[in-house]
Design a protein around this ligand. Structure first.
Ligand code: SF4
Length: 93
């Protein structure tokens, strides 16, 4: 709905063109059997596609670090905190 979109906008500032998490090698994700990121991310940033690929959209990321930990051994994620003023906004009202 429009209201939900507005709430989302107010709580999250997208750093356009500068996602703070990046998949280094998309082919690795295609080959990954578990694809835990697509299940564990509380913000649903990772999508398991029907062709076996994984898409990552960092908009709405809660910066919880779960994906960073579950994908740590593969070394396939480049994970940084968002720049100051971007990302999830913890101040409300
Ligand atoms: Fe999802 Fe947390 Fe990773 Fe952000 S840090 S993409 S919310 S699992």
């Amino acid at each position: 709905s429009k209201i939900e979109e507005k709430l989302f906008q107010d709580r999250y500032r997208v750093d356009s063109g500068r996602p703070h998490i990046r998949i280094k090698d998309p082919d690795h994700c295609t080959e990954c059997l578990e694809k835990q990121c697509t299940v564990c991310c509380p913000a649903g940033c990772y999508t398991r596609e029907t062709n076996g690929k994984v898409t990552l959209v960092t908009d709405g990321c809660l910066e919880c670090g779960t994906c960073r930990i579950i994908c740590q051994d593969s070394g396939n994620l480049e994970w940084e905190w968002p720049r100051g003023g971007f990302g999830i906004l913890f101040k409300f009202g």
